[in-house]
Design a protein around this ligand. Sequence first.
Ligand code: PLP
Length: 393
Amino acid sequence: MLNINTQFDLIRQSATVAMADRILALKASGQNIVGLQVGDPDFGTHPAIADAAVKAMQSGLTHYGPSRGYPDLRTAVASKLNRDEGVSYDPASEILITHGGIHAYYLAMQSILNLGDDVLVPDPSWATHSNMAIMLRGNVIRVPAPAENGFIPFFESWEKALTAKTRVIVLNYPSNPTGAYPTREYLQKLQDFAAKHNLWIVSDEVYGSLYYGERPTCAAAFEGAKERTLLVNSLSKSYAMTGWRVGYLAAPARVIENALKAGQNSITCVAPFIQKAAAFALTDPAIQDVTANMRAAYSRRRDLVLRLSHELECEKVKVIPPQGAFYFFLDLRALKMSSIEMCEKILDEVGVGLVPGSAFGEQGEGFIRMTIAASDEDVEAGFRKIIEWAEKQ
Ligand SMILES: Cc1ncc(COP(=O)(O)O)c(C=O)c1O
């Protein structure tokens, strides 16, 4: 038999995908399922953004475009980073337009990793953060981010995980699945740690504009941090544009040069009319309310869940208020059942689709991820059913 790439044997098929298939099959068989498993805003993309794409298509932007991204879009990204995060990037050399945040992360890791480099990834975290590093032949070391410390690693855990081969720290704040993000002081300490040990920080900030308290601090917004920090971001979550596949990488110019080569030799460019729509979304004054409006809706649903959990008083389901993003990472460890088993039972017995916490790492075992990127009615009905189910166990 011909050999194929054995590196993929190290990547487990995502439990999220398996659950999604099961949910689809149940729906197809006519069952009424409350879907609280997706990580996709339930809001439509603003129609004016779609109009901008159509206009660009009609004006002939249906051919190849610049691999780096159109200058107006790169300038729009740099302005956003300056305005919202207080970090200044040169649009000519330090910004690359990518095929969504996932591709920005891919290019970031591909640009800096060498064979066998150790990569520190908090646990729990979005599975792609470790899977991608493994695909690129990095060696992933998980750093526990336990619920007992607000889903942020104890600082000693970073120190403990460090080896002579450690090259990269991967961050994702606000986090998928927990919504947690650290204080400015913590990030400053982590930047000092990275500087001391000569490490890159790759920071996935796709949920950066979805927060419920104080705005999270951008990982690059510290003295000297820009030189070792790679920012991954996209319009997917902040502008409800998940299907458009457009994002960006902001990084030191020499990293962007590598990422540009990787992009040119794999996707050529992001579709020109999509780039134009993205530039419009980032700059049109009327569109900027989109993010704030969604944030208000998620905040209302977050309050709804917190109110219900207070009312229903179920000791078996511990509800930890998320600080950002649009998920609750519910603690059902009291039931002493695996996350997968719980999700399967909840789906089969009360018809609610969820994601097992173990899909995000060992620390997620005993937890389930419930999205609030669904209608208020679904969030309420789904949460009530989870509690009802848990009470019977
Ligand atoms: C933490 C995190 N990063 C990146 C992405 C992917 O974002 P994009 O649609 O921009 O590729 C997701 C999607 O769920 C995510 O949860």
